[in-house]
Design a protein around this ligand. Sequence first.
Ligand code: SF4
Length: 357
Amino acid sequence: MKRKLLGKTPEELKAAALEAGLPAFAGKQIAQWMYVRKVRSFDEMTNISKAGRERLSELFDLGYTPASGCQISTDGTKKYLFPVKCALIHGLNACEITPDEKMEEAFVEAVMIPDEDRKTLCVSSQSGCKMGCRFCMTGRQGFHGNLSVADILSQFIAVDEAQELTNCVFMGMGEPLDNYENVKRAIEVLTADWGFGWSPKRITLSTIGVIPNLRKFLDETKCHLAVSLHNPLPQERADMMPVQQAYPVKDVLNLIRKYDFSGQRRVSFEYTMFSGFNDDKMHADALYRLLKGLECRVNLIRFHQIPDFPYTTSPSGVMEMFRDRLNRLGITTTIRASRGEDILAACGMLAGKHKTP
Ligand code: SF4
């Protein structure tokens, strides 16, 4: 299997260039083409000689994967489908040296959400997910494997809006902190001067709170954090989200309180509302007690129905009362507008089903 270049640093690309018999400075040129110009083939790297490009393609794979499908919502949201190779079935962690015959094909989705002057890409970090949250379609399908750095970055390059993206959220399929090293490298490429050159403030990582890697993420990056909270009561949260047993939300909060979110960096809490389960005054007050004193925002999310699940979404009026109560208590709370529900692109609906355009 050829080694992938997408995700490599200029130093690593320099080594690749030398290996292909190119001058050392070609490493920087390749980085420019991949991360700034966002080219999709070696052939487009026109300041590298034709023979040089041929040698590169003999030894390496760019790591770019085109979308195999795209659906467009009536609200302009676009859902892209990508084939990825996963090695989980053979007990391997997908990496550049895993032989092709030991890889299985799976699918992941990325969602482009246009909003006034913003174009946000919601990217996937895993195919499927191990975390088993009961209300989530991705969790329902089980785990197929971690995405490589190239698989993650390729989502940014393959969408039609590649040169217009303003923000990204690691909120697609998978738990990003369960594939932390690859996600971290992707963030490094996105934020480096030699990479995409994005400010970390344009990036938000969403997690259910995998504490050891959450600590690393908070120490090693400056990106925003979104925590999927969904219920302030430990037993009820555990019923919906098995992660609560390993990493109780109270411990997640204790960790978060050690970091400064009063300036440029922001933390928010996602709260999906289930009718009659987590949407009353008692839950609002418990949520307030959990978050009291923390500079943060709560996003209330309408639940998007999935098959064989006992709860439905809270009615709009109930969500508004919940929002208003939290706001009165001093916790900034908004109701997030659902996007792309008609193409199953809204929160919790991504399943990586193979659909042709
Ligand atoms: Fe995984 Fe997130 Fe779905 Fe939970 S909500 S199963 S962490 S993708």
